[in-house]
Design a protein around this ligand. Structure first.
Ligand code: RIB
Ligand code: CA
Length: 310
């Protein structure tokens, strides 16, 4: 089987962590690099969390730090959704994995030069936008970009905007304007995919490091969901991007044209998804539907199969 080369650009983030672990547990893809961006928490923490996750999977992978601030309107405080450290505030050893000396934008470009590349973008799009500015030929070299972001109807940071786009709408506009094929997984899709308490219990029953770490990270994230949404269904936003790559057909996709609002008292970060039938064959697609029972079983079986090499 030819494995798809994948670079994951991320702001870990508990749901980022599950997505990253699913990627490493999937033989269909080879994760060639993890690039960190500021988002859920500051870059110092997202880069540290990327190193922690690389250690956890115990696989050779490049880990690099990218942009610490969005293209405009710096984020003033860390999100509390994922805990103070961004991964549910568990105890971690100092990671063995060290950061690559290159900036994330150079790792992204070098990975595209080295061979066919799919980018999974599961945080704010700052690194991708800056990589496009520094390397205008990048958009013609990348096979596909699968993005968690946006919302067709209602946001999660404001009524209009989803977090990843809201943090850096200018970057999103630049990424959406590029010629590379894009698959966008917006909130109206990702809210269909969630884990429940019995799934966390199953992870704990494995008696493995992966099971202990996943259930440990997800517990405070479930408590946040209970406070925010009134139930402990833990939404697996970022995992939808990996699921699309490792289980083709599991997510229903639709050809669209994407646009983003970059300014506005109420609309900043809003995504506008044009679904006219004439766009059915567009290189920009949006995820529409996923079967949660099927996704949960797939995710748990893959994570249960993930064992450190040593
Ligand atoms: O809105 C959900 C997105 O914002 C996810 O990527 C989550 O990790 C946060 O970054
Ligand atoms: Ca994320």
């Amino acid at each position: 089987m030819d494995r798809r080369r994948v670079l994951i650009d991320t702001d870990p983030g508990v749901d980022d962590a599950i997505a990253i672990l699913l990627a490493f547990a999937s033989p269909e893809i080879e994760v060639v690099a993890i690039t960190a961006v500021a988002g859920n928490v500051g870059l110092d923490k997202t880069a540290l969390n990327a190193r922690r996750l690389a250690d956890l999977v115990d696989r050779p992978v490049v880990v690099a730090a990218g942009c610490a601030e969005p293209l405009s309107d710096p984020v003033t405080e860390d999100s509390v959704v994922h805990g103070r450290d961004g991964l549910g505030d568990l105890e971690w050893d100092e990671p063995r994995t060290i950061l690559d000396p290159r900036h994330a934008t150079e790792v992204i470009y070098d990975a595209a030069v080295e061979g066919p590349l799919t980018i999974v973008a599961i945080g704010p799009l700052t690194n991708l936008a800056v990589a496009l500015e520094r390397h205008p030929d990048l958009e013609s070299m990348v096979e596909r970009v699968v993005i968690m972001g946006g919302a067709s109807f209602e946001g999660n940071v404001t009524p209009a905007a989803e977090f990843n786009i809201w943090v850096d709408p200018e970057a999103a506009r630049r990424v959406f304007a590029a010629s590379w094929p894009i698959d966008l997984m917006p909130l109206d899709l990702t809210h269909q995919a969630y884990l429940v308490d019995e799934d966390l219990e199953e992870m704990r029953s494995w008696g493995t490091v992966i099971g202990e770490r996943c259930s440990g990270m997800l517990e405070p994230y479930a408590a946040f969901h209970d406070e925010w949404y009134g139930n402990r269904d833990v939404i697996m936003h970022d995992a939808m991007c990996v699921y699309e790559l490792v289980s083709p057909g599991a997510i229903t996709l639709q050809g669209v044209r994407l646009a983003v609002e970059v300014a506005g008292e109420h609309a900043r970060g809003a995504t506008f998804i044009d679904r006219r039938r004439a766009l059915a064959d567009s290189v920009q697609r949006v995820g529409v539907h996923v079967d949660n029972a099927q996704f949960r079983r797939f995710l748990l079986d893959r994570l249960h199969s993930l064992t450190p090499r040593s």
